[in-house]
Design a protein around this ligand. Structure first.
Ligand SMILES: C[C@H](O)[C@H](O)[C@@H](O)C(=O)CO
Ligand SMILES: [Mn+2]
Length: 412
């Protein structure tokens, strides 16, 4: 089918494909650096703690250096339509020095900023509260030992400074997302004190106010992780309350809730209490397994909520998955494109008609419309978008992905 025919098919439903394509082109997705190297990072390892997260698989081609990671990212972005962002973790520093987490400075990340400037990308940032000997108890900002708390508070403060400097250099606010793995394997007898300690540590860490044009604080909750099955200190209720009272962004990771919860349903509720939201779009399978996102119902509903509720302007869309059983660059490309495809479908829905049917309690019409529009030629509009943005779609994408993977498979 030609694009003009597809455009006419959508116009029949009162939808303008050109408006949808213009909007889609303006939605940045923050791609996570850690898909490229299985969350290993570039510092000398000092601890065993994985933070309860785990990349599994041994597909060849893992990036071992910042240069390899940047090459993989450049290829991946060239397969993704539009201009996007890179979400960096503090353990991905690029320096010959070996600073501990409480010694990191902007200079250790300056090569990333130079590269991002060159590539026209925005950056986001995360302090790394895992994979370190001082996190081996699965307690960091809520640790009963004040010295350990202070170590991590210093790391968090420095991360915020670095993020703010990145934002100033790039002219685009850097979201600095705080996730700590803190929790207990078995049922704790005291849940209150750890949560008070976490709150106090966060307050100290974020005491310095930064210009929101440079840096935005976000906090990420979790249900459980490996080794902290009984209690996570930074639960959803903890951070929902914290973000609401303190004015930070709230990060919703789709893998951090009970498997039957609909994370898309949370957006409108959360948006009534916090100004801005950060998403970690992920695909949990039985647990927080961080599979590559598919164009499945969970993602489609997420995109529908963002568009229908008018939340695109105050939601930062980040990704969080890491699969080491497939080509890592293909994982980035497939996952990011799926997020965009979901957004495109949501942008192509006849929302006025659907909302009007719902408000008139005409659920029959609502159901007919939602089901009939599933047959519209979304693929043709997507192919047009890719074409205009100079990236492949369909079978040529497959050969490009395979060709790049073949070139990196020999990495040791
Ligand atoms: C590496 C990330 O910080 C991590 O995935 C975090 O966002 C998370 O979701 C932990 O489960
Ligand atoms: Mn996450």
């Amino acid at each position: 089918m030609s694009y003009d025919s597809a455009k006419a098919a959508f116009a029949d439903w009162g939808v303008d494909t050109e408006t949808a394509l213009s909007k889609l082109a303006e939605i940045p997705i923050s791609m996570h650096c850690w898909q490229g190297d299985d969350v290993v990072g570039f510092e000398a390892k000092t601890g065993n703690s994985g933070g309860g997260i785990q990349a599994t698989g041994n597909h060849p081609g893992r990036a071992r250096t910042p240069d390899e990671l940047r090459a993989d990212l450049e290829f991946s972005y060239s397969m993704i339509p539009g201009k996007h962002r890179l979400n960096l973790h503090a353990c991905y520093l690029d320096t010959d020095q070996n600073p501990d987490r409480d010694e990191i400075e902007y200079s250790h990340f300056a090569p990333w900023v130079d590269w991002a400037t060159d590539q026209g990308l925005g950056l986001d940032f995360n302090p790394t509260f895992f994979a370190h000997e001082k996190a081996d108890d699965n307690l960091t900002l809520s640790h009963p030992d004040q010295g350990i708390r202070e170590f991590w508070i210093e790391h968090g403060k420095r991360s915020r400074d670095i993020a703010a400097q990145m934002g100033a250099a790039l002219g685009s606010p850097v979201v600095n997302n705080i996730w700590v793995p803190d929790g207990y394997k078995d049922t704790p007898v005291d849940r209150m004190e750890p949560r008070q300690r976490l709150e106090n540590s966060l307050d100290t860490m974020m005491a310095t106010k930064h210009d929101k044009a440079q840096m935005l604080d976000a906090v990420e909750s979790k249900l459980f992780g490996i080794g902290v099955e009984a209690c996570t200190v930074g639960s959803h209720e903890f951070y929902m309350g914290y973000a609401t009272r303190k004015g930070t962004l709230l990060c919703l990771d789709m893998g951090h809730f009970h498997p039957t919860e609909n994370v898309a349903d949370k957006l409108s509720s959360v948006a009534l209490s916090v100004d801005e939201i950060l998403l970690h779009v992920s695909r949990p399978m039985r647990w927080d397994s961080d599979h590559v996102i598919l164009l499945d119902d969970a993602i489609l509903q997420m995109a529908q909520e963002l568009v229908s509720a008018g939340l695109l302007d105050r939601t930062h869309i980040g990704l969080d998955f890491f699969d080491a059983t497939i080509s890592r660059t293909a994982a980035w490309v497939i996952g990011t494109r799926n997020m965009q495809k979901a957004l495109l479908r949501a942008l192509l829905a006849p929302w006025d008609r659907l909302k009007s049917a719902e408000n008139n309690l005409d659920y029959t019409s609502r159901l007919v419309v939602t089901e009939e529009i599933k047959d519209l030629p979304y693929a043709t509009v997507w192919a047009e978008f890719c074409d205009r943005m100079g990236v492949p779609s369909g079978q040529s994408l497959i050969s490009d992905l395979h060709q790049y993977q073949a070139g990196v498979s020999g990495r040791g």
